[in-house]
Design a protein around this ligand. Sequence first.
Ligand SMILES: Nc1ncnc2c1ncn2[C@@H]1O[C@H](COP(=O)(O)OP(=O)(O)OP(=O)(O)O)[C@@H](O)[C@H]1O
Ligand SMILES: N[C@@H](CCO)C(=O)O
Length: 300
Amino acid sequence: MRIQIEVPATSANLGPGYDSFGLALGIFDTLTLTIHDEAVDPSTCVSVTGESAETLPTDRSHLIMRVIGDVLRAEYPKTPTDLVERLSLECVNRIPHSRGLGSSAAAIVGAIALAGEVGARAGSERLSRQRVLELVSDLEGHPDNAAPAVFGGLTVALPDPARSWQIPANTVAEVTALVPDVRLDTHIARSVIPASVDHSIAAENSARAALLVHGFVTDASVLLEATDERLHQEYRRDAYPESMALVDALRADGLPAVISGAGPTVLVLAGSVPRTLVPAAVTLIHTSIDLGGYRVEQKN
Ligand SMILES: Nc1ncnc2c1ncn2[C@@H]1O[C@H](COP(=O)(O)OP(=O)(O)OP(=O)(O)O)[C@@H](O)[C@H]1O
Ligand SMILES: N[C@@H](CCO)C(=O)O
């Protein structure tokens, strides 16, 4: 039996929505899980094409295989013990890694959803999307990338317990991701965020977050002002100086540009960006907002 899942890339923060706002993008990883009748070779049970194919493991230490096994054991304790030994996984990776486009959240969402499908096909109840969100947040710590990967569209999320709400993105259908050829580990980007900020910064950020919602729902003309944030990007400037220079240049040109997630990708809330403003080493991806979150397809 084969189960295929597509999981979207996501862009977290969107300026003032640090650790809470997220947007699902039309860039998908495809994961195909096969349940065999016999045990498969554990050293080659995963195949990867595309992003990081040369470096990711092909055995059960692969992130997605590990999470599938953990979720089956925790959520479906009656699963036959040999089932994990009979699984193989094909990954077609299109989401760039360590660029602020939610690749790790997508991988974990995909793994949990696949485990839920395996459980459902074995006669148990399928994991609800809400349960998938809670499990990803337990593993990742903050649900901002997980919520749009699970539900699609523009989401605002709260942790402990993880919950999220979809906000209609009426005014924005197309966005542009500007992806540098350098990586930034999310843990490093988080290590430079201060433990506290001045009350006036927090108050201004609340206003801009509310304005961002107004911008997406009703009036795109406020998006430039709404995305001028103070909570995280400036603190991280030294971690992604070229990206901040690009954000500054695009904003000076009137475009609502932000750092995507923990960076270094820059997200522009517009379908086109003048190529002349973008350094040659940066890849431009024009894409739409994904509205559905992960999708499951059963093969034979
Ligand atoms: N599809 C995948 N398969 C296996 N491992 C993955 C996959 N996607 C991400 N990872 C792991 O997660 C790491 C990237 O995680 P990291 O949190 O640094 O970046 P990100 O999720 O791409 O960005 P962000 O959280 O800022 O949006 C990769 O180096 C890899 O170890
Ligand atoms: N909100 C997170 C997104 C990355 O996972 C951050 O900016 O660190």
